[in-house]
Design a protein around this ligand. Structure first.
Ligand code: BEZ
Length: 211
């Protein structure tokens, strides 16, 4: 069965462009984003890896380690990374897993046979410090991902984890958030000293607590 939210993220050890890596050791006690690429030397993937490399400081700021995977072999990855630096103006600064036997791709269900037998789809898994899966997104091969959206979701996930708030539709960092229903008004008084606006008893809006 496909991995679902709340499942434990399967651990693995794999060859990467930065040497052999064990996933759990690499993530330590922080957050992680594991994302798959259909194939080396393909145009959309090339732009994606360059984009993630450029915004890596944004992941670092959030204590998030990024790691990419493509089912091609290590030698192919190494040669492709040169093209990425040349065309995207940025060297890839995070590991890319080589997965020629598809063991990691299979572990995470990244190959969807009715889309392609040989290439992975564009999967994204956000893994929490507890090693549980917090987010899955699946894009088709021909659509490049929106990594600003992934940063936005990370901000939301971290707010929920740290402050017991949820984020409304189209929320962006700095905007008001919602007190989760599990927090009653009495407890909320202590947790949200700036108060809240109750549009309904279940819809209590408060300023973003860490701003
Ligand atoms: C790409 O990365 O450009 C790509 C990969 C597979 C199918 C279509 C596009």
């Amino acid at each position: 069965m496909a991995l679902q939210l709340g499942d434990e993220a399967p651990d693995f050890t794999a060859e990467t462009t930065e040497g052999k890596i064990n996933l759990y050791e690499y993530l330590g006690d922080g957050w992680g984003v594991l994302f798959s690429h259909p194939k080396d030397f393909t145009p959309v993937c090339t732009t994606e890896l360059g984009t993630v490399a450029k915004i890596k400081p944004e992941f670092d700021k959030r204590n998030v380690k990024v790691i990419a995977i493509s089912v091609d072999p290590l030698e192919s990855h190494k040669s492709w990374l040169g093209d990425i630096e040349e065309t995207q103006g940025q060297a890839v600064n995070f590991p890319v897993i080589a997965d020629p036997d598809r063991s990691v791709a299979d572990l995470y269900g990244m190959i969807h046979p009715n889309a392609s037998d040989t290439m992975t789809v564009r999967s994204v898994f956000v893994i929490g410090p507890d090693k549980k899966i917090k987010l899955t997104i699946t894009y088709p091969a021909a659509t490049g991902r929106n990594f600003d959206e992934i940063l936005r979701v990370l901000d939301s996930l971290q707010l929920t984890a740290n402050y017991q708030v949820a984020t409304p539709a189209n929320w962006k960092d700095g905007e008001d958030v919602i007190i989760v229903p599990a927090v009653d008004d009495e407890t909320a008084k202590g947790k949200f000293p700036r108060g809240w606006k109750a549009l309904k008893p279940y819809l209590r809006v408060t300023p973003q607590p860490n701003k």
